[in-house]
Design a protein around this ligand. Structure first.
Ligand SMILES: Cc1ncc(COP(=O)(O)O)c(C=O)c1O
Length: 468
């Protein structure tokens, strides 16, 4: 046995509380701890010397993979020697100013102001505070409610958690800090009207509209949604959905927020997911891919008309986080954006999306695969128990997602996400620098794992390809 690994694993159990994880001893319900110590391109290596394809980009962060460490270290070293830290509280520094300017150039529409944070939850939290200050400044303090979508994950701080639509994550923490009304996701799988995209879209938008009317339009502050919703399994919007949200928000005087913590920075082949779907949000929340996670950082991008009251004499922005806009993170973010352009990262996603989708569609032949959905380098395979696409029940999900899949994925050398916050899915979001051969390796490994998962559940007959 590798004693280094054994010692680290023991020490982790004694001292390191894992996030959103079962912290107990490895056993039937808890997989052995994967301790990752090194990365290279799209691969990570563990303390037992095994190589894994990081087909989840370290939780949707590592857009560039792990090969840019030396270049980023150089950027960090220069900044650390010049000005290791200062805040964005009343003072500023060149990296934060330059980054704000660059984001204003890249972002859709009129989002020319950036408020920096340390991560995604903080970005959502800050967006809410800015929205509230906007309404208060316009004499509408009674706009206190949010429309969000079921199953959507918007973060864990108490404001962001309110917006999150995953009930089991919220239950222990009492009533939400922000009154929120959740509406349907854009998941067409099993929807009776999915065959008619326009009708499906109209129904979803009518539900949003009705929810606002029921709540009282004068009480609704904002609508928040991801361009492609992660939780539930890469839920893309029907054509016209974002234009419809814009129209509804305008008609009722609410603001529209796109949570792009995952979809931003190339995940869907554009700088922002909003650009792919013609969305015109008033605010955009980002994090993760902003630095490709070479340093922690998030931001809220704010449209001119929303930011305007914050520039009025005598008014101050009543929100701040010490590390928001950290100069080392900002310098790394700037280099990250430069690398995207220099190394054709968006172009790579656009060029290979069709190939990835085509390969994933082949998985429909497996009896366990009910649906394949997503966009860009962001895909989910929904696992079902029969050709009628019956969802897995709670006991099957527990056995499969917590019992079988973690160990089998480990054996396959594939980091992917088995998730059942909605229906059971296996999700991938490979680094955006992945080439076709790497994407093939990912899909081949998924095929092996999903075939065995079907056998594990006792599903046998292969499907005819193309049968949904
Ligand atoms: C859409 C979305 N919003 C917000 C968050 C919260 O981000 P963080 O974990 O950086 O706080 C996440 C995290 O995955 C996310 O996916």
């Amino acid at each position: 046995m590798d004693t280094t690994h054994a010692r680290l694993e023991r020490s982790a159990r004694e001292h390191l509380l894992l996030h959103f994880a079962r912290n107990g001893r490895p056993g039937r319900d808890t997989p052995p701890l994967l301790v990752l110590e090194r990365g290279e391109g799209p691969y990570v290596y563990d303390t037992l010397g095994r190589r894994h394809i990081d087909a989840l980009s370290s939780l949707f962060c590592s857009q560039l993979g792990y090969g840019y460490g030396a270049e980023m270290a150089e950027v960090a070293r220069e900044q650390l020697e010049r000005l290791p830290f200062n805040t964005n509280w009343s003072t500023a520094h060149p990296p934060a100013i330059e980054l704000a300017e660059r984001l204003a150039e890249l972002s859709p529409g009129r989002l020319s102001h950036a408020f920096f944070t340390s991560g995604g939850s903080e970005s959502v939290e800050a967006a809410w505070k800015i929205v509230r200050q906007y309404h208060v400044a316009h004499g509408r303090p009674e706009r206190t409610k949010v429309i969000a979508r079921r199953i959507a994950y918007h973060g864990v701080t108490l404001g962001a958690l309110s917006l999150t639509g995953v009930e089991p994550m919220k239950a222990p923490f009492g009533p939400p800090a922000i009154p929120v009304r959740h509406v349907s996701t854009t998941n067409p799988f099993r929807a009776p009207d999915a065959g008619d995209e326009a009708a499906f879209c109209r129904r979803l938008l009518a539900e949003v509209d009705a929810a606002i009317v029921e709540e009282g339009p004068d009480t609704v502050a904002m609508i928040i949604a991801e361009p492609v919703q992660n939780a539930g399994g890469c839920l893309t919007p029907p054509a016209g959905y974002w234009a419809g949200l814009r129209e509804i928000a305008d008609r009722h005087g609410a603001l529209l927020v796109a949570d792009e913590v995952i979809c931003g920075f190339g995940r869907l082949g554009e700088w922002f997911g909003s650009q792919r779907f013609g969305a015109e949000p008033d605010l955009v929340t980002v994090a993760k891919g902003l630095t490709s996670a070479y340093a922690p950082m998030g931001a809220v991008l704010v449209a001119d008309h929303v930011a305007a009251p914050l520039y009025e004499d005598g008014r101050m922005l009543l929100h701040g986080v010490t590390f928001g806009g950290h100069p080392v993170s900002a310098a790394i973010a700037l280099r990250n954006l430069e690398i995207f352009e220099r190394d054709g990262v968006l172009e790579n996603v656009r060029a290979l999306e069709g190939h990835l989708q085509g390969r994933l569609e082949e998985l429909r032949r497996l009896p366990i695969v009910g649906d394949v959905r997503g966009a860009g380098f962001f895909w989910a395979v929904e696992m079902v128990k029969d050709a009628a696409n019956t969802p897995l029940d709670a006991e099957e999900r527990e056995r499969l997602l917590r019992g079988f899949l973690p160990g089998r994925l480990l054996e396959a050398g594939l980091i992917a996400r088995a998730d059942d916050r909605g229906d059971a899915v296996l999700q991938i979001a490979p680094p955006l620098i992945s080439d076709a051969a790497l994407l093939d390796d990912v899909v081949d490994a998924m095929a092996d794992v999903l075939a065995d998962a079907g056998t594990f559940l006792g599903l046998e007959a292969p499907r005819a390809v193309g049968v949904a």
